[in-house]
Design a protein around this ligand. Structure first.
Ligand code: PLP
Length: 386
């Protein structure tokens, strides 16, 4: 049985609370960065137990600010994973620094700390781990390498809300961590992001996030605020609006509920696919809390007569939307040509990329949606056995 309507891969879960709060903002006379952004920052910081939080208009902006505030610039090397979204690496290029890519671990697809160590040179200034799919990176060896070599660590936590490593929330420490509130992410403000980290670094990032204007400029349109401001560096325009923060305030309140539902869906998928020799399931290592942003299924080509691309087309014909996370960075023309990469420079990432797909995963999935996905996947496997 093919379901009648298309099941989108990751639609947002927006309720009446979010809608009413946005309308309230529109009627309030204050629509850009203001009191709701302040409340959202405070609530987010308290939720994670982070030292400080800065709301921005994307995770990309948060990553850019964190690297800039850490002083990364021309000629510096930043080590990161090839298995990520382009934004993690583009921001390194924006600062005229050099991204140094490493391969991933075969189970979590997170960057491999042993590979990171091998790529450290005299020019290395930072490590940028990405908590892929929401599974926390093994941070202890990364932080250890950073301490020993005097490097900054900037965490791409776009998928990692909420995730935990050794009893601590990702983004609750002094490393700057960048979160995404893009439409498909675990918490959404349509577009938006948050940078958490030490108060000292975030103070610099805050100035850079609004034209490089001195702190008090934020208040310049309030009663009692001054018209006077000074530009202390050529900053960016990365502030979040109160319209977006209005969404974030309610999404944050619902996050624990969203996560319970995500976990239920993941458990249903994994129970249904376990033991199938054509499918490799995502893992959750002991001692971590997975944010389950993505459910990445890997096909076993030796058991199937079709490849991943055809598998996705078959699911689409069954009205199931999927995606692929990610086309490794070293395959994109800009990076491939600039750094002369070939496919097999990062063999684990490449081999896994060729056989991965992300199944629908969102808190709004109904029981019938989940069983439609399971049935469609198992039907394709059965039809296309080698
Ligand atoms: C979504 C995403 C980003 C970028 O987030 P934006 O908020 O859209 O800028 C960065 N890194 C990873 C791994 C992502 O998935």
């Amino acid at each position: 049985m093919v379901r009648k309507t298309f099941l989108p891969f990751a639609p947002p879960s927006i309720g009446e609370e979010e809608i009413a709060e946005v309308v309230d903002t529109l009627r309030s006379g204050w629509i850009t960065t203001g009191p709701k952004t302040g409340r959202f920052e405070k609530a987010f910081k308290e939720y994670l137990g982070a030292p400080a939080a800065l709301a921005v208009n994307s995770c990309t902006a948060a990553l850019h600010l964190a690297l800039a505030a850490a002083g990364i610039g021309e000629g510096d090397e930043v080590i990161t994973t090839t298995m990520t979204f382009a934004a993690s690496v583009n921001v390194i290029e924006h600062l005229r620094a050099r991204p140094v890519l490493v391969d991933v671990e075969p189970d979590t697809l997170n960057l491999d700390p042993a590979q990171v160590e091998k790529k450290i040179t005299g020019r290395t200034r930072a490590i940028l781990p990405v908590h892929y799919a929401g599974h926390p990176v093994e941070m202890e060896p990364i932080n250890e390498l950073a301490r020993a070599n005097n490097l900054a660590v900037v965490e791409d936590a776009a998928h990692a809300l909420p995730a935990g490593y050794r009893g601590k929330r990702v983004g609750s420490g002094d490393n700057p961590a960048a979160f995404s509130f893009y439409a498909t992410k675990n918490l959404t403000t349509a577009e938006g992001g948050m940078l958490t980290g030490s108060e000292e670094l975030l103070e610099k990032a805050r100035v850079l996030s609004l034209h490089g204007m001195s702190r008090d400029a934020w208040k310049r349109y309030e009663k009692g605020g001054s018209w006077f401001y000074e530009v202390v560096s050529p900053g960016y325009k990365y502030n979040l609006t109160d319209i977006q923060a209005a969404l974030g305030l309610h999404q944050l309140r619902k996050l624990e509920r969203f996560q319970r539902r995500r976990r239920e869906v993941v458990q249903a998928y994994s129970a249904a696919f376990a033991g199938n020799d054509a499918l490799e399931l995502p893992v959750e290592r002991a001692g971590v809390e997975h944010a389950w942003h993505l459910y990445v299924l890997r096909l076993r080509p030796e058991a199937l007569s079709i490849d991943r691309d055809a598998f996705i087309r078959e699911l689409e014909r069954s009205n199931i939307g999927t995606s692929v996370h990610f086309i490794p960075i070293h395959l994109h023309p800009y990076y491939r040509d600039r750094y002369r990469f070939s496919e097999n420079d990062f063999p684990v990432a490449y081999e896994n990329y060729r056989r991965m797909l992300s199944l629908p995963l969102s808190p709004g999935l109904a029981e019938s949606d989940v069983s439609d996905v399971i049935e469609a996947v198992l039907q394709v496997v059965k039809r296309c056995r080698r």
